[in-house]
Design a protein. Structure first.
Length: 395
């Protein structure tokens, strides 16, 4: 039996363990940079495998672990994010969240479980491994972002290729979706504060009412995509919150909106920033008010390396069969794996996890979100085989 058949078979043997790990982790969703229980569990599991090269408390709660092979070759890093979301779980699962107000609503429990099983498989086969595997257990993907501080603390030093993935409800179990180029958008945030002069609702002529100013700004912001950006170029400007006033007969002296901008291209991002400044300040000034814009650049766009993606696609066909390897569609969501890709070429993939019977919600960040756990097997097979494939082992 060749190496890749052995990897596949071993992952299938460990499937129930992967499910058990995922369900245990699912009970403990934790806030970003506060994943103390999850981090301790990961550390204990890795030490139990006899892995020596472990660094804990990287970017507060992150873990970096190296498995060194017996042969010369590249260092391949594989990442799993660990944090949960501030959502009250409503799945009714027997292993539902035990942390009130928090939920693994984005599948990070599955990501950690998949990488732990990968660690076991690769460690068992390290005598045949060309090079090294670096396991990256990352905090705070949901915000404020744990990848960048992990990079700053040396997590990517010496890495030749980096791979990662996300359970994905648009794809069926057993499937993987890959693509070269921009895959996730830059998920920026903005806050616009309009200031005027308050007063009595019966005497609007003595005040500068910020509500109509804000209403005009809201409408005008929607013209950025339709009139400032070339048709067909991906761009989103969405207002998420509107806050103004505190009483029905008082003119509000301050009104605030917050929202997000999603772009792939830095030049488009710059165009949106400039347009927002012109629109908000111009409208406010024309109506006797003032506007202040806070624009927060969060993660950069995630861009997959073409060569690494092609190599991963070849491996996926070998491990899953050609029918289960599909082309991914870019998403306007954000993903701070982008910072790892700025340090080394690599690729990010979507791991099919759809509940085909409709029993749960397939889209993440929903109180009834759940995955088909067969995604764990797909993840383990691809992650466990990747270091060997990128190291040049064929067969």
């Amino acid at each position: 039996m060749n190496l890749y058949d052995r990897i596949s078979g071993r992952c299938e043997q460990l499937y129930e363990e992967a499910v058990g790990l995922r369900r245990r982790l699912h009970r403990w969703p934790e806030e970003g940079f506060k994943e103390e229980k999850t981090s301790a569990f990961v550390l204990e599991y890795l030490k139990g495998l006899g892995i020596d090269g472990i660094r804990a408390k990287v970017a507060k709660t992150g873990i970096v672990a190296d498995i060194k092979g017996a042969k010369a070759g590249p260092t391949v890093a594989i990442r799993a994010d660990m944090d949960g979301l501030p959502i009250t779980e409503k799945t009714g699962l027997t292993f539902a969240s035990e942390h009130e107000g928090w939920m693994h609503g984005c599948g990070h429990d599955a990501h950690v479980a998949g990488l732990l099983v990968t660690a076991k498989v690769v460690n068992e086969l390290k005598g045949e491994l060309p090079g090294s595997v670096r396991l990256l257990f990352q905090p705070a993907e949901e915000g404020p972002g744990g990848a960048e501080p992990m990079v700053a603390e040396g997590a990517m030093e010496g890495v030749d290729t980096v791979i990662g993935g996300h359970v994905w409800g648009d794809n069926k179990p057993g499937e993987v979706a890959l693509m070269a180029g921009p895959m996730f958008a830059a998920p920026d945030e903005f806050k616009v504060t309009v200031r005027g002069v308050g007063g009595h609702a019966a005497a609007p002529h003595t005040a500068v009412d910020t509500v109509p100013v804000l209403a005009n700004i809201l409408n005008a912001l929607q013209t950025i995509v339709s009139r400032r950006i070339e048709p067909g170029v991906p761009c989103v400007v969405t207002v998420g919150t509107v806050q103004s006033g505190y009483r029905y007969n008082v003119i509000a002296d301050t009104s605030v909106i917050t929202g997000t901008v999603r772009t792939f291209d830095p030049s488009v991002q710059a165009t949106v920033k400039k347009a927002m400044q012109e629109i908000c300040c111009g409208i406010a000034r024309s109506m006797g008010a003032s506007a202040e814009i806070e624009y927060i650049d969060r993660y950069p766009s995630l861009v997959n390396d073409a060569a690494a993606t092609a190599t991963m696609r070849e491996l996926a066909v070998r491990m899953l069969g050609e029918a289960n390897v599909v082309e991914a569609k870019p998403t306007m969501g954000g993903e701070d794996f982008a910072y790892f890709l700025r340090k080394a070429p690599g690729t990010f993939m979507f791991i099919g996890s759809a509940n085909m019977d409709g029993s749960y919600w397939n889209d993440a960040h929903h109180p009834r979100f759940n995955i088909d756990e067969r995604a764990l097997l797909t993840m383990a097979k691809l992650y466990s085989a990747a270091p060997f494939w990128f190291g040049g082992v064929r067969g």
